[in-house]
Ligand binder design. Structure first.
Ligand code: GLA
Length: 384
C-alpha cells in the first residue's frame, strides 16, 4: 500500500480525525564533505526519498506520535524533562524544544509519520525528519521563522538531543532542496546558489555497503575537534582565520610540527576539499563531467587516507567503480559506513551495477543495496 494511505489509515484509527500532510527529503552531496563545520563549501541536493507526516493540532499540551516504520507510539510533553526514550521520538521532541527556545509557539499535536530514506546509509534520514517537523510546526503555529532558522532548529536538535555535533549541510539541503538543482552553500557566510543539475547521459547511483559504524557519532565529533585544534594553531600566526577553511595550504605547513600528525592530515584533507567544491561548480557550468568525476575520486582518496572516515567495504566499492570506468565515485556523507555516490555513464550503468554486486558479494558475503536517486524538493506542505 502506498505510504500516504497507510499513514492516513493509522491516523484515522488513532486520532479519529484528519490532519495536514508535510514532507521533507534526505540528501546527497555531490562534493564538499566534512567542510560544513569548517566554514567551507558544500554542494548537496535533496533527493526523492524522504519523510511523510500527517499532523493535526490537538488542543492539549501533549504530543502524540506514531512511527509507522518502528510500529511504535509515544506520548510526551513539551518541557525539557519530558524527553522521550525512543531515539526517533527525540528528534521530534528536539525540534519542538528548539522551536520553543527560539520564541516560537508550539502546542500539542497528533502525528503519524513514515519514511523511505534508508537508515544509517548516510542519506540524512534524521535531517529529513527534523526538517519535516520544523517546517510543519512553523506552518501550523504560524511562527514566521525563516528557512535558515528552520535548518538550524534541526541542527541544534542533533547537537542538544542526539549527541552529534554536526554542521548545517544536511538540514540546509533538506529545507532548501529544489527539484533538479544542487545548492552550493558557503557555510561561513550562508550565501547559497542553486545550480541546475541535469547530467544528460549520466546517472547518479548510490551503493550502500550496509555497514553501520557504531561509534560513528563519537568518531565524527573527534574529527571536528581535530579541525578546530589545527584552526586554533594557525590562528596564532594568522588571526584572520576564523575557520579552518580560511587557512591557506602554506599556513597549515607552518604548524606541521606543532599539531599532532593525525590532526594535520585531517586539515590537509579539508583545505583541499574546499577548493574541490569550487572546481566542481566551475566544471559543471562547462558541462565537464569528467572533471567533476575526477574530483569525486580525489575526495574519496582524501576521506579514506587523510580523514579516515572510509572503511574496507567502501574502498572496495570505490575500486570497482574505477575499474568499471565509472566517471566519479566516492564515500558520501559522514562516512564510517553507508554509501558510495557514483556518477555513471548510461551505457556503463548495467555492467557497473552487476559487477559491483557480484564482486562485493564474493568478498563480503552480502550484496550492496542500490539506490538510484533524483534531485527533488525539500520541506513542504502537501495540499492535495
Ligand atoms: C554528516 C553531518 C553533516 C556533514 C557531513 C559530512 O552528514 O550531519 O553536517 O558534516 O556528515 O560532510
Amino acid at each position: 500500500m502506498e505510504m500516504k494511505k497507510k499513514i492516513q489509515e493509522k491516523f484515522k484509527t488513532l486520532y479519529n480525525c484528519e490532519g495536514t500532510f508535510f514532507a521533507s527529503a534526505g540528501r546527497i552531496n555531490l562534493i564538499g564533505e566534512h567542510t560544513d563545520y569548517n566554514g567551507g563549501y558544500v554542494f548537496p541536493g535533496a533527493i526523492d526519498k524522504g519523510i511523510l507526516a500527517e499532523i493535526a493540532v490537538n488542543g492539549t499540551d501533549k504530543i502524540h506520535a506514531y512511527s509507522l516504520d518502528y510500529d511504535e507510539y509515544v506520548e510526551f510533553g513539551l518541557n525539557e524533562e519530558d524527553k522521550p526514550e525512543q531515539s526517533w521520538a527525540r528528534y521530534v521532541f528536539g525540534v519542538c524544544r528548539e522551536t520553543v527556545k527560539r520564541g516560537g509557539k508550539v502546542e500539542g499535536f497528533d502525528t503519524v509519520f513514515a519514511g523511505d530514506v534508508p537508515l544509517g546509509a548516510g542519506l540524512s534520514s534524521s535531517a529529513a525528519l527534523e526538517s519535516t517537523f520544523a517546517f510543519a510546526l512553523n506552518y501550523l503555529f504560524r511562527n514566521k521563522t525563516d528557512k535558515f532558522e528552520l535548518a538550524k532548529i534541526g541542527q541544534a536538535t542533533e547537537h542538544n538531543y542526539c549527541g552529534v555535533n554536526c554542521g548545517i549541510m544536511d538540514q540546509f539541503a533538506s529545507v532548501f532542496g529544489k527539484k533538479g538543482s544542487l545548492i552550493r552553500l558557503d557555510c561561513k557566510t550562508l550565501e547559497y546558489k542553486y545550480f541546475p543539475f541535469d547530467p544528460k547521459g549520466y546517472r547518479l547511483v548510490l551503493l550502500d555497503s550496509c555497514v553501520k559504524h557504531e561509534l560513528a557519532s563519537s568518531a565524527y565529533n573527534k574529527r571536528r575537534k581535530s579541525c578546530e585544534n589545527v584552526a586554533d594553531a594557525i590562528r596564532k600566526n594568522h588571526p584572520e582565520v576564523e575557520f579552518l577553511s580560511d587557512a591557506k595550504r602554506v599556513w597549515l605547513e607552518e604548524v606541521r610540527e606543532e599539531v599532532p600528525q593525525e590532526d594535520f592530515l585531517r586539515a590537509e584533507y579539508v583545505i583541499g576539499e574546499v577548493q574541490r567544491v569550487l572546481d566542481v561548480c566551475d566544471a559543471l557550468e562547462r558541462g565537464d563531467y569528467e572533471t567533476v568525476g575526477e574530483m569525486m575520486y580525489q575526495t574519496h582518496f582524501g576521506l579514506s587516507r587523510l580523514y579516515e572516515v572510509s572503511c574496507e567495504e567502501l574502498d572496495f566499492l570505490n575500486n570497482v567503480a574505477r575499474r568499471c570506468d565509472v566517471t566519479g565515485s566516492r564515500v558520501m556523507g559522514g562516512g564510517f559506513g553507508g554509501c558510495t555516490l557514483n556518477l555513471v555513464k548510461d551505457e556503463l550503468y548495467d555492467h557497473f551495477i552487476e559487477t559491483a554486486i557480484k564482486e562485493f558479494t564474493g568478498q563480503f558475503g552480502h550484496a550492496p543495496k542500490v539506490y538510484e536517486v533524483h534531485i527533488s524538493d525539500g520541506a513542504r506542505v502537501l495540499n492535495d
